[in-house]
Design a protein around this ligand. Structure first.
Ligand code: ADP
Ligand code: ZN
Length: 735
């Protein structure tokens, strides 16, 4: 007797278990999607295992109705990974399996793209036909000669060159044969054309790193300063991986960054590269997924979800800019990409390379205590100096009567840069014109109706926007509270920076890159290529412009308001600020021209700025890790947040309270492990009209697994229909 264990495709923790079915006559492979009877209805499911026995009454077992696709859609490695995610992150099997599939497959929406090829099978017959054709039948003669000369050609091309009536006639008379084949959509096809195949000889540092990664399976932390040639190392490693008939995954933080890495990978590896990220169209994603599953593409480049790609025989996983926030998923399902990559590497016996100019404190600590192997690239290619970073004291500017966005020195430098024909990047981590609008008389601040946050002023759109739920309101012309028409604006955003530049450089062309200007599919690409081609001279943007970009003509980088990041209320704010500055600064002076950086702040003596200006990561690490150790913050503890959200405030409070009582009991059981336990309203008490409460704790590492298991268990016990409970481990964002 053969029993098929099936995960039914219903994303509800209530049915998150394995159901046993009898297997039908025909063979079904593990990893296939199947149709099964479920209660009174039929449901899709995933066959995850075939066994000989069952704990249920065999007579009552139902039989799998059918296999849905022609091939298994989930690999055995992926099944193991799903098990791990269930254990580690408490993600339901069904939710985990869904991460492996393009959603279009499950919804059955994607149409396969096909093309019809025309060709001549019997040349003699065709030539005979030609000899009997009247000489004025130009199209007929043309088509046959063309096919005899060029071989198989698509019907569309032939119909355009000649005419479709003649072509159809030839097909009807069986002189021309046709064959329908599938076509794959290729995302970012245009980048192929920008091929810049230069052959590069690795430096000895680069070469020894490549050799080590390929010859010794391990977890590596590659700490290389900006412009040290990390991307080149990744590509050479992937070349070796291909030579060994293995496959590889290359993760990059954001879509805005992908085009460049992609361009490099495409020009080196051509069709062997597949791309996976959320910016693709449904059809493109489906095709890329198929190319990977069928082994047509051996290297996958993509954002964090590419870690789930259906590759077989993985030899290498690279996570570039490993410190980046985007590797933590803070919406459901919540997971940490690095942890998943470690497990995936373990399952397939692959090496894992975490690369960054500013590793996360946790990763660097792992390297220091020997969990990871540290690889270092301390110099830029050609031993170029890192560009000098000047700290500008904005309190001085105010004292001198300058209340504008730009200090005099940055303004001068910007003018000089433009006059000398170079380019500048200006970074401000806030989009819109100003962080809020406030009545000068009564202090009224415009707030979102559905969230407890103030609205951001977007001047060009004449609107106020909520950056949490996306609500949009008409801009105020007077205070709705007291009628006063004098309104003051809050802290500076990207839009305002652009406006101020226009006041002193009226003829320069400026691009703005932030969430507002990059909504459409190819807008990132367009902004970046305009800047690269010199169509625009200044690029103003949020953290989107900080990462990875390699623009040779950029000689000036301005950090307009560094304090935005430093004064967040997070234990990682020092770390994040150091990373951000180093990354942004790394965009300047990458090619032959020297670069410089201006960092504007109201706290010029802060050690984060001082150490960032020396590019001294190890010194920063030492200082910060000591602080973390004395205060028992990660990596010396885990921060766990249990977040409760509900439209019903009382229900949320009730649920939080019962849960908190259970955690209290847990605390008495593990008294020595709890560094901190507290319950409170979340810093943002309401988002999208859902009230938010949280239990926060810090746990020492020793028993942390046991405790998180219990916390997940408590969450399962307190399930309420109208309250959502999220257990988050070391969350990036504690809003
Ligand atoms: P990183 O990713 O460390 O910031 P990149 O890989 O982007 O650095 O390299 C910076 C620049 O140096 C790129 O333009 C790259 O093509 C070039 N480069 C990298 N390695 C070499 C090498 N061995 N010889 C010459 N140029 C190199
Ligand atoms: Zn809102």
């Amino acid at each position: 007797m053969r029993i098929g264990q099936v995960i039914v495709d219903i994303a509800s923790s209530l049915v998150d278990k394995i159901f046993d079915y009898l297997l039908p006559e025909q063979d079904i492979a593990v990893g296939s999607r199947v149709l099964v009877p479920f209660g009174k209805i039929k449901k899709d499911g995933y066959l995850i295992k075939i066994t000989e026995n069952t704990n249920y009454d065999v007579i009552k077992l139902k039989t799998i109705i059918a296999c849905i696709d022609d091939f298994p859609v989930i690999t055995s490695d992926q099944l193991k990974l799903a098990e791990f995610m269930k254990e580690k992150f408490h993600i339901g099997m069904c939710d985990a399996l869904r991460l492996f599939l393009p959603s279009e497959l499950r919804q059955g929406k994607v149409k396969e793209l096909t093309k019809t090829n025309c060709f001549i099978q019997d040349e003699n017959k065709a030539k005979e036909f030609l000899s009997t054709t009247r000489s004025n039948a130009k199209a007929i003669i043309g088509i046959i000669n063309y096919l005899l000369e060029h071989g198989s050609t698509t019907k569309t091309i032939l119909a355009n060159k000649f005419n479709s009536a003649s072509l159809n006639k030839l097909i009807e008379q069986n002189i021309v044969q046709t064959q329908i084949t599938k076509v794959r959509r290729t995302p970012y096809k245009s980048v192929d054309e920008e091929k810049q195949q230069k052959s590069i000889t690795l430096t000895s540092t680069q070469q020894s790193i490549v050799d080590r990664v390929i010859s010794e399976k391990n977890i590596y932390l590659l700490h290389g300063v900006t412009g040290s040639g990390k991307t080149e190392v990744y590509m050479h490693c992937m070349e070796k991986i291909l030579e060994n008939n293995q496959t590889g995954i290359m993760l990059v933080p954001e879509i805005s960054l992908t085009p460049q890495v992609l361009m490099n990978f495409r020009s080196r590896f051509g069709e062997n590269v597949a791309i996976l990220h959320s910016g693709l169209s449904a059809g493109e994603r489906f095709d890329e997924w198929q190319r990977i599953l069928f082994g047509e593409a051996q290297i996958v480049v993509g954002a964090r979800s590419a870690i789930f790609a259906p590759l077989k025989n993985i030899g290498l996983i690279v996570i570039d800019e490993e410190h980046d926030n985007s590797y933590t998923s803070d919406s459901n399902p919540r997971y940490n990409t690095i942890e998943i990559a470690k497990e995936r590497a373990k399952i397939s016996g692959a090496s894992l390379v975490l690369g960054s100019a500013t590793p996360s404190l946790i990763s660097y600590h792992n390297a220091m205590v020997g969990n990871y192997q540290l690889l270092e690239m301390k110099e830029r290619i050609n031993k170029k100096e890192l560009p000098p970073l000047k700290i500008v004291d904005m309190t001085n500017e105010i004292r001198e009567g300058n209340i504008g966005v730009f200090s005099n020195s940055l303004k001068k430098a910007l003018i000089k840069t433009i006059e000398s024909g170079n380019q500048a990047m200006l970074f401000i981590n806030r989009r819109g014109y100003a962080s809020f609008l406030m009545c000068k008389k009564c202090g009224f601040v415009a707030k979102c109706e559905d969230c407890d946050v103030s609205l951001v002023y977007h001047k060009s759109e004449k609107s106020l926007k909520c950056h949490y739920c996306g609500n949009r309101y008409k801009v105020l012309t007077e205070c709705p509270n007291c009628g006063n028409e004098e309104l003051s604006t809050g802290a500076v955003g990207t839009e305002r920076v652009v406006q101020e530049i226009k006041e002193f450089l009226p003829n320069v062309s400026i691009s703005r890159m932030d969430n507002d200007t990059t909504k459409t599919k190819d807008s990132h690409l367009k902004i970046l290529s305009d800047f690269r081609n010199g169509k625009t001279q200044i690029l103003v943007g949020t953290q989107m412009i900080a990462k990875g970009h390699d623009f040779p003509s950029v000689t000036l980088v301005g950090i307009i308001d560094a304090d935005v990041s430093l004064y967040q209320t997070s234990y990682t704010s020092n770390e994040q600020t150091f990373q951000l500055i180093t990354q942004v600064a790394g965009r300047a002076g990458r090619a032959d021209k020297a670069g410089e950086i201006y960092l504007q702040t109201y706290a010029p003596r802060h050690y984060v700025y001082r150490l960032a200006s020396f590019y001294d990561y190890p010194a920063f690490y030492n200082k910060e890790i000591n602080l973390r150790q004395t205060t028992l913050y990660p990596p010396f503890s885990k921060i766990i947040r249990i977040l409760f959200t509900s439209e019903n405030e009382n229900l949320a409070k009730e649920c939080t309270k019962v849960y908190y009582d259970d955690v209290k009991n847990l605390q008495s059981e593990f008294l020595n492990d709890f560094v901190y336990l507290g319950v409170m309203k979340s810093p943002i008490g309401r988002i999208q009209n859902k009230y938010r409460l949280q239990i926060l704790m810090r746990i020492k590492p020793e028993n942390e697994d046991k405790i998180t298991d219990k916390l997940f268990e408590i969450a399962d016990n307190h399930k309420m229909r109208d309250v959502k409970i999220f257990v988050e481990i070391n969350p990036q964002n504690l809003n």
